[in-house]
Design a protein around this ligand. Sequence first.
Ligand SMILES: Cc1cc2nc3c(=O)[nH]c(=O)nc-3n(C[C@H](O)[C@H](O)[C@H](O)COP(=O)(O)OP(=O)(O)OC[C@H]3O[C@@H](n4cnc5c(N)ncnc54)[C@H](O)[C@@H]3O)c2cc1C
Length: 453
Amino acid sequence: MDPVFRFNRTAGWSVGQSLISVSQVSLWQARCPSTDREALEGHVSADIAIVGGGLDGLALALHLAESGRAPVLLEADTLCAGASSASAGIVAPQLVRNLPNQVARKLGQAPAERFLRMLADAGRYCFALISDRNGGCDAMANGFLAPSSGAAGRAQAAAAIEQWRPFRTDLALLDAEAVAALTGTRRYSSALLDPTGGALNPVAYGQFIAREAERLGAAIHTGSPVRTIERHNGRWRVTTAGGSIEARTVVLCANGGNRLLNRELRSTILPLEVCQVATQPLSAAQRAAILPQGHALTDTEANVFSIRFDVDGRLITAHPMSRDLLSPEYLHRVINDRLAASLPAYEPVPLEFAWSGTAWLNSSLLPRAVRLEDDLFALQACNGRGIALSGVIGREFGRWLASDRREACALPIEPPKPIRGYFIARNAPKLIMKTSLAAQRLRRALGGDQSHA
Ligand SMILES: Cc1cc2nc3c(=O)[nH]c(=O)nc-3n(C[C@H](O)[C@H](O)[C@H](O)COP(=O)(O)OP(=O)(O)OC[C@H]3O[C@@H](n4cnc5c(N)ncnc54)[C@H](O)[C@@H]3O)c2cc1C
């Protein structure tokens, strides 16, 4: 029998007695109760201040602390309250819609090589960071699949593997039979397999990094929204309601919040709101048929389909967010129809968690540090693929900040790059996803498409 869904504007969706919420409590937050730190009180002095305690800010804090430059980090809410806790937790060490040759065109040959070498290490580094320190984090290092349908998709995957070869030789191109065996669907004709990817609980990962950073001397304050960042006596003054930090260097890691803290960043990122859903744990028979070896999957189609399991066998999938999804009956039908259309072994089950979040995309879809002024930087590393990358970005940018010489950094450091036609473009990511989903539903209704609705 279908569960009873209710949506309450302040509390979120509810199913029977158990509450599921939109934007506020994801599966990961439910599994990892928040571990608040003290809010900033009074005036402190620091070498480096970080604004934002998502995966990027925390990873940077850890690596600065490891380099002997223990920073002070201010988080407005709880740790990982933003995109990090809203994510699917897929460790996908691959760029969104950028192949290595495109990166070289955008960055130039030598910077691109440094950047791609850093990226090539992202998945391995993420899981090693956890396992070397017994971090747990429900880490599942079983590999990441990026499947596609049609000859063009296969050619793209083959090109990606070829272009990555100078930096890594472990990527594999799978044919239709191999993809079907690893996914449980015959919808795809090929896939790129990245053996260094997988999945984890992103909130557990953030909390683990925070503990490590603190152990090495970083100070972390939650419940401390930053209000202003101003020049004061040749240093930066970062002010919250309860106190302030004077620092030589400030790094904004507030993701979408960055644009509210600095005018120059306002039109440099576009929002893409995404709904994530976790089903109740699937039966053993379904689990044996869908992603039987525990891979995580995000396909390369325009109306992106992604699935992974959590450690308890819940299937987690994404859908572009829209007001319609606030109707629990609609959400239930849309998600279950899409899963059933893609995965023959899937039988509709109640949804246990639903939440939403905003992925922020920059103009190149490549992670970068933005240099705003002397010793004032902002990280733009989301682009919907930030989990695997956060560790290596924190390591490389942290080393660069900590070094006195500040030579070439593997993470591109660029001036603010406003997006042309921002007020029209800001709806583009949502429209592209929605149009592509609608087109696919129509094709399916007309009998010409067997893929996900
Ligand atoms: C729905 C969704 C699904 C995703 N799924 C995946 C996935 O499966 N795999 C993947 O690799 N990537 C995924 N991503 C992208 C990934 O989540 C992000 O790249 C990553 O979490 C970004 O981390 P961050 O630290 O930059 O930002 P955030 O996690 O957003 O952290 C920013 C922090 O700054 C804080 N903040 C904001 N303003 C202020 C202020 N004024 N003062 C102090 N603090 C402030 C916020 O509270 C927040 O905690 C997904 C994103 C979304 C939205």
